[in-house]
Design a binder for this molecule. Structure first.
Ligand SMILES: Nc1ncnc2c1ncn2[C@@H]1O[C@H](COP(=O)(O)OS(=O)(=O)O)[C@@H](OP(=O)(O)O)[C@H]1O
Ligand SMILES: [Mg+2]
Ligand SMILES: [Mg+2]
Ligand SMILES: [Mg+2]
Length: 355
């Protein structure tokens, strides 16, 4: 029997929306409670708090599911200051709609329960069963500088992404604002911004304005038809260490694209091309040994494909979410509208082969 995933989508959208209320509060506070992880990347009280709220919501509706999440609580168990800052936020962040808040099971009991909930994201992933992938803040560096970031949630069933949700608090609501325009690249946190993307496999992708309570009405989104590849807008990471900007420039040149890339943090790139605000997303490996994390791609991969795009690695293979917490079988990401993906991939292959 087919599964419609209506409840999964509803809970995922509400859970992401609630988590963005918390991240926005953190952004507006002067002290953002930042720590450094083992790999030297930053993590904030917003990352931990958002992860706690999302897992708590998933546990309420889907107690048997597994969860792969980016953060873990060990650093908090040793740091009372950080822990109590997070608890203060988690305890007091609620959707301002009683029914919506009830659907998420309300709040978390106490500080100890919060730590245990954060640690429920330790599944090894894999090819069997229902597994949620959570990135509580994707683009933590972007978040800290007031740029783009995304709260990301995907449901995989037997290794295949079935539901994807991205909350992008700093993207314009209007799907038609091109990344090439001033408003499109304006990466500020002013009022009236914020969009929620959603997709279910086989049912298309949507966007809706972010709200502080119940879900707003949604609109279907589609990738833009590229009439002339030389006019395409492509986006890539802000961090040169995450994606080779030199290789991207050579690929663009090969395709005859003269416009500079749009650099933005996080899976906001997937959401932006899915709604036609841009055309291509290139992520080109910098280090051979880096394995992409499933929570950095699960939701975006489905949203782009459901909007009429193709997402592959630099060799042309589909992203394989069935092999654990990382995309161990893939290198890089090439996302493009169906009609031009093979042309873009050819340019990618020829530039990488010439290295
Ligand atoms: N070496 C390397 N190569 C590729 N990717 C890496 C690498 N190191 C980290 N990461 C992951 O990149 C996530 C940030 O997303 P982006 O790279 O798209 O955005 S940006 O670099 O911040 O502009 C970022 O997600 P968050 O940690 O959630 O911010 C990382 O998981
Ligand atoms: Mg991180
Ligand atoms: Mg991330
Ligand atoms: Mg993150």
């Amino acid at each position: 029997m087919s599964h419609h995933y209506a409840q999964e989508l509803q809970i995922a959208l509400l859970a992401v929306q609630r988590a963005t209320l918390l991240t926005k509060r953190v952004f507006h506070e002067k002290a953002k409670g930042t720590a450094s992880k083992d790999d030297k990347s930053p993590v904030t009280i917003g990352d931990f708090g958002a992860q706690a709220l999302i897992i708590s919501a998933l546990r309420h509706s889907f107690p048997g599911d597994e969860i792969v999440a980016e953060e873990e609580a060990s650093a908090l168990r040793e740091n009372e200051g950080l822990r109590s800052q997070i608890w203060e936020l988690v305890k007091t962040t609620k959707l301002n709609d009683t029914s919506a808040e009830e659907q998420l099971g309300g709040g978390i009991k106490d500080e100890a329960a919060m730590l245990d909930i954060i640690d429920e994201g330790k599944s090894k992933g894999g090819a069997k069963g229902r597994i949620w992938a959570i990135d509580p803040i994707d683009g933590t560096k972007g978040f800290l500088r007031g740029g783009q970031y995304a709260v990301c949630l995907g449901l995989m069933v037997d290794g295949d992404v079935k539901v994807g949700v991205l909350g992008c608090p700093n993207l314009p609501v209007d799907d038609s604002v091109s990344l090439d325009t001033k408003a499109g690249v304006d990466q500020s946190d002013e009022e009236g911004k914020g969009v929620l993307f959603g997709a279910v496999q086989g049912q298309g992708a949507t966007s809706r304005p972010m709200s502080t309570g119940r879900l707003q009405g949604s609109k279907p989104i589609h990738m833009k038809r590229v009439e002339d590849i030389t006019q395409a807008t492509f986006c890539e990471s802000v961090e040169a260490g995450h994606s080779s900007q030199d290789d991207a420039a050579k690929i663009a040149q090969k395709l005859g694209i003269a416009k500079p890339s749009v650099r933005m943090d996080s899976q906001a790139k997937y959401g932006s091309i899915a709604r036609g605000a841009g055309d291509l997303y290139l992520r080109l490996p910098v280090r051979k040994d880096y394995q992409e994390k499933i929570w950095d791609h699960a939701a975006g991969d489905l949203i782009v494909r459901e909007a009429g795009g193709v997402v592959t690695d630099v060799e042309g293979s589909r992203l394989d979410f069935s092999v654990g917490r990382t995309l161990a079988e893939n290198k890089g990401v090439i996302a493009a509208p169906k009609a031009v993906h093979s042309q873009v991939l050819d340019a990618v292959k020829s530039v990488l082969a010439a290295k």
